[in-house]
Design a protein around this ligand. Sequence first.
Ligand SMILES: NC(=O)c1ccc[n+]([C@@H]2O[C@H](COP(=O)([O-])OP(=O)(O)OC[C@H]3O[C@@H](n4cnc5c(N)ncnc54)[C@H](OP(=O)(O)O)[C@@H]3O)[C@@H](O)[C@H]2O)c1
Length: 211
Amino acid sequence: MTTAIIGTGGLGSVIAERLAAGGETLRLASADNESAQRLADQINRDAVVAVDNRDAVKGAGAVVLALRFVALKGVIDELSDLLPDKLLVVPSNPVGLDAQGNVERLLPKGQSSGVVVAGWLPTGARLAMAFGTMSRDLFESSSNRSPELAVLFYVTDDDRAGKEVERLIRTAGFEPVKVGGIEQSDRLEVGGDLHDLVVSPAEARSLVAGA
Ligand SMILES: NC(=O)c1ccc[n+]([C@@H]2O[C@H](COP(=O)([O-])OP(=O)(O)OC[C@H]3O[C@@H](n4cnc5c(N)ncnc54)[C@H](OP(=O)(O)O)[C@@H]3O)[C@@H](O)[C@H]2O)c1
């Protein structure tokens, strides 16, 4: 299966490595494509650099937007006519740095980033918020954990998107656990009760149910 990864920085690069290691074919793009090219060289045969973001999406069934939250809407608008009937996976946390360099949430308290992103999508795109639930280092070190796989949480409103993102999560070496609908994405992000956890499926289900 082919997945486009747009954004090949800190997080996008490890998502790409893990998916390629699991057998996914990748089409990569970044702002100036230099990081995408370096990553493709490293991954080798299973990843190609697309000409641009739109070219990356063509021929891919799923699109991972590994972008800072502030860059998301612009890229979604750029791709809008290509997104219907694709799975869109968004790992972005709605955070930035304030003037003192402290992490600040970019949305008002109580506003779900998943609902905001869903409002930017064209009809027919299937959204799952996933792959941004832990730091890149934890993601990399927890992939293919043995003897029991670690969990990656996700949220979606769409059953088909759920099945598709579960396949990607398994390909990356994790066990998927659905937390709920897209409005629950704040549980997965920085500061959420399910962020940065490395847990077994049984622990994960108990945490989800216990909320
Ligand atoms: N890093 C983590 O540990 C981590 C963990 C969980 C969630 N997240 C979330 O993941 C998202 C990405 O974080 P990051 O650390 O990977 O950020 P990053 O290192 O700054 O990478 C951002 C990537 O976006 C690309 N980009 C920017 N504008 C673009 C455009 N218009 N078109 C295509 N590509 C564009 C950049 O391209 P260039 O490479 O060409 O500059 C870069 O590859 C954030 O929302 C963050 O909250 C990150």
